[in-house]
Design a protein around this ligand. Structure first.
Ligand SMILES: NC(=O)c1ccc[n+]([C@@H]2O[C@H](COP(=O)([O-])OP(=O)(O)OC[C@H]3O[C@@H](n4cnc5c(N)ncnc54)[C@H](OP(=O)(O)O)[C@@H]3O)[C@@H](O)[C@H]2O)c1
Length: 346
């Protein structure tokens, strides 16, 4: 099979580095272009000696699209929408998979309010597809622009999906309490993420409002317009990678038994190669570390309350792995190509 030519914009960040790592094992991808903001002109191998490549980092410019079939964009929010129109002008057939937030929302007002950034090309938002394959696979197959989901939303939405689909009218409240490793904040240098600030401590943040909350609400409402807005609190924990979400769902009516609810999960995810609905164990971040897996379990705690637990690696299923999964779907490759590695067990 002919290889596709792929570029990574933002190849020096945590998400971009992990895309490079995953694609290094991809038999149908020819990595052609890597960009950086502050290290343009540097050899990639010099910056990351364990990556054996002759590629030299270039700037984040649209004209390189001419020589690419697909690109991953792993830049801070707002940067993609500044140059994506010119990127598409340079190559009208290019597939764009954006790991930032610029193409996750259908309504530009919600994006602009959430990120406090003006969207530079709202006219193409309607063409973009929210890249959560377990929910949107059919739309992803024909998409040209993917808004790859945020890390917290991936863990919460996959945990909630069978419940929202099956109990549309009867959900009273949803509370999601998520814990994330520090890599979720990216590779930038900031006081809050210094070792001494993080180590031996756990703390909530963005408690009043987190920017992933509108993203989750929009997606939940697309499944059921009757579902309530979710209450969400993220926590930073002294760990490099991983997200564990504990989701409390309160119902208006009595629930069926726990095993019946569990069957809904087995049924919904029976053909999903990256979802592990656990039998007995509760999910942990260690269980999914460095893999594209999402581990889920549930626990009915009263007639009208359910706890859902969902664990992912924020950098893989929450970012780069999911992005490669989307690439595989769009190009009709096996969906798990180069994503089959098992979690690191220790
Ligand atoms: N980290 C996660 O767990 C995660 C999960 C899901 C989604 N995401 C999203 O994925 C994107 C990348 O995240 P990340 O964690 O990889 O961030 P990161 O580690 O901070 O990397 C950011 C990348 O963007 C480049 N960059 C920074 N400012 C730029 C600018 N003004 N113009 C062009 N390029 C710029 C950086 O280049 P240099 O450093 O070489 O200058 C670097 O390559 C973000 O939108 C993030 O929200 C991240």
């Amino acid at each position: 099979m002919k290889k596709i030519r792929v570029g990574i914009f933002g190849a020096t960040g945590y998400a971009g580095l992990n895309i490079f790592r995953i694609l290094s094992n991809h038999p149908f991808v020819d990595l052609k272009y890597l960009s950086s903001h502050s290290n343009s002109g540097e050899s990639y191998k010099k910056l990351f000696p364990s990556f054996n490549t002759d590629l030299v980092l270039g700037p984040t410019v649209p004209e390189v699209a001419e020589d690419l079939d697909a690109c991953f964009i792993a830049l801070p929010a707002g940067e993609t929408s500044k140059f994506v129109i010119d990127l598409i002008k340079a190559n009208n057939n290019i597939i764009v998979i954006d790991l930032g937030a610029d193409f996750r929302f259908k309504e530009k007002e919600i994006y602009e309010r959430t990120y406090n950034i003006k969207h530079n090309c709202p006219e193409i938002l309607k063409e973009s597809v929210y890249g959560l394959p377990e929910i949107n696979r059919e739309k992803i197959k024909t998409a040209k622009i993917i808004g790859n989901p945020g890390c917290y939303p991936t863990s919460v939405l996959l945990g909630l999906y069978p419940i929202i689909v099956n109990f549309k009218e009867s959900i009273e409240n949803i509370i999601a309490d998520s814990k994330s490793g520090v890599s979720g904040a990216g590779r930038k240098i900031a006081k809050d993420y210094l070792f001494c600030e993080i180590n031996e401590s756990v703390k909530p943040y963005a408690a009043r409002f987190h920017r992933h909350q509108p993203e989750m609400n929009e997606q939940i409402k697309l499944i059921s317009s009757k579902a309530p807005d979710l209450i969400f609190t993220p926590h930073l924990i002294p760990m490099q990678r991983g997200i564990l979400s504990t989701i409390y769902v309160f119902f208006k009516e009595n629930l069926p038994g726990e095993e019946t609810i569990k069957e809904l999960y087995y049924e919904k995810y029976k053909n999903e190669m990256f979802i592990r609905v656990l039998d007995g164990d509760l999910p942990s971040t260690a269980m999914v570390k460095s893999s594209n897996l999402c581990a889920i379990n549930i626990c009915k705690t009263s007639d009208k309350t359910l706890k859902i637990f969902s664990a992912i690696d924020n950098l893989i299923k929450g970012a780069s792995g999911q992005a490669v999964q989307n690439l595989n779907i769009i190009f009709d490759f096996p969906e798990n190509l180069s994503l089959t590695n098992l979690p690191e067990v220790i």
